[in-house]
Design a protein around this ligand. Structure first.
Ligand SMILES: *Cc1c(COP(=O)(O)O)cnc(C)c1O
Length: 398
């Protein structure tokens, strides 16, 4: 590797075992996308023609009729919803989000209103649409959805994510069936999913992916699906989409990342990642109060993670204090800690550079040895952790 740019900038050289996180710089961009971006950056292109080329690549990989590239999957939600409301009426497009079209309601299950760093329902409201929330946190039935669809319904949004409630809700096939029976298009947020075809195959009208997650492209969003709906979302570039634009480098970078994805040695990568998990598990097995289990991805992506459960009294440290100790070292290691109040965190193997797995194993052993050697249990009350969650951000840039 060339000299680490982070050293030059005075940034901490973090090792990412958290997953694909915007807050950590998303993913390792694949060499094909980096090369494509450098190649196109000095040239002028007619951007809508470039997007036409992107449409063809997106269509080939997803099975969609058409597609285009925008700033992010989050932008894709706003733009897809906007398109479902405005159609190709350029005046309405220009007036969003103020002039709300006749059809301005968007159906979404309560158990799908999650935060991926910002709330899903805000991405809907940004377009000027009004979310119509159906069901309760852990239950949606057909009657909830059937009764919520009216003449004002513009679309229905379905979220696929480890963040959503994973039982008691309508699955995509039922959701589509109910929406289509009343002529309502279904938009699927599949930001973080590997399978580029399944949601359209299950009847979604539009599907949205992040370019910068598993695909390893530049920060971007992919909108794919029925040609007319894709066009209506694309036309938002004359309106609210302007603030969500991508440059030529991102469009071409995503095209290259998609083509690289098609050729990627998925089995080989999985094998390498399994090796990391085995190494970490061997490092942890037999340590008092530490239980390491290999867990499959909750939305069935072909990816496993190591769940590291901690019994504080035996390990002499809580799961969250261990996560903080790893994050505070000279080589900061950021673990996947969304559920850490349950006394476990995950180690995600999919964003590592080769060799970093041994640093992770060594640091785990060091911190656990140190905790065991201490006479007191290292146990910060969980409440104090949540109380200070946003301190740093609220002081930014200082
Ligand atoms: C990451 C994520 C998003 C946001 O994607 P961006 O491309 O980063 O805007 C939206 N929805 C889900 C389910 C996500 O996981």
């Amino acid at each position: 590797m060339t000299e680490d740019v982070r050293r030059k900038l005075g940034l901490r050289p973090v090792i990412n075992v958290s997953g694909t996180m915007t807050s950590l710089g998303a993913s390792i961009v694949v060499p094909e996308a980096i090369a494509a971006m450098s190649e196109i950056l000095p040239q002028f292109v007619e951007i809508n023609d470039l997007q036409r080329k992107a449409s063809a690549v997106i269509a080939r990989l997803t099975g969609a009729e058409a597609g285009y590239v925008t700033a992010s999957c989050s932008a894709g939600i706003s733009l897809a919803v906007a398109g479902a409301m405005t159609g190709d009426n350029l005046l309405t497009i220009e007036r969003l989000p103020d002039q709300t079209p006749v059809r301005n309601e968007v159906i979404i299950q309560m158990g799908h209103i999650v935060s991926y760093g910002a709330p899903v329902d805000q991405a809907i409201r940004l377009a000027g649409a009004e979310p119509v929330v159906i069901g309760q946190a852990t239950s949606t039935h057909r009657f909830h959805m059937e009764n919520a669809i009216t003449d004002k319904t513009a679309a229905a949004v379905y979220v696929v994510s480890h963040h959503v409630v994973d039982y008691g809700l309508l699955n995509l096939i039922e959701f589509v069936e109910i929406a289509h029976a009343k002529g309502v298009p279904v938009i699927v947020d599949a930001a973080s999913e590997y399978d580029l075809r399944i949601f359209l195959a299950q009847g979604a009208d539009l599907v949205l992916y992040s370019g910068h997650k598993f695909l390893g492209g530049p920060t971007s969003g992919i909108v794919a699906g029925r040609k007319e709906l894709v066009r209506h979302a694309f036309l938002q570039n004359l309106g609210i989409g302007r603030g969500m634009k991508v440059g030529k480098e991102s469009v071409y970078g995503v095209m290259a990342a998609l083509e690289a994805w098609e050729k990627r040695d998925h089995a080989g990568i999985r094998e390498r990642e399994s090796g990391y998990l085995r190494l970490w598990k061997e490092t942890l097995d037999g340590r008092p109060g530490v239980h390491a289990v290999i867990d499959p991805d909750p939305t069935k992506n072909p990816l496993d993670r190591l769940r590291v459960g901690i019994i504080a009294e035996e390990a002499h440290i809580t799961a969250w204090d261990l996560a903080s100790a790893l994050a505070n070292g000279d080589q900061p290691i950021i673990v996947r800690d969304h559920e850490v109040e349950h006394h476990y965190f995950y180690l995600d193997p999919c964003n590592l550079h080769p060799g970093q797995e041994t640093t992770v194993a060594r640091r785990l052993a060091e911190e656990l040895d140190k905790a065991r050697a201490s006479n007191e249990v290292i146990a910060t009350p969980f409440e104090s952790r949540s109380r200070h969650r946003f301190d740093g951000l609220l002081r930014w840039p200082d």
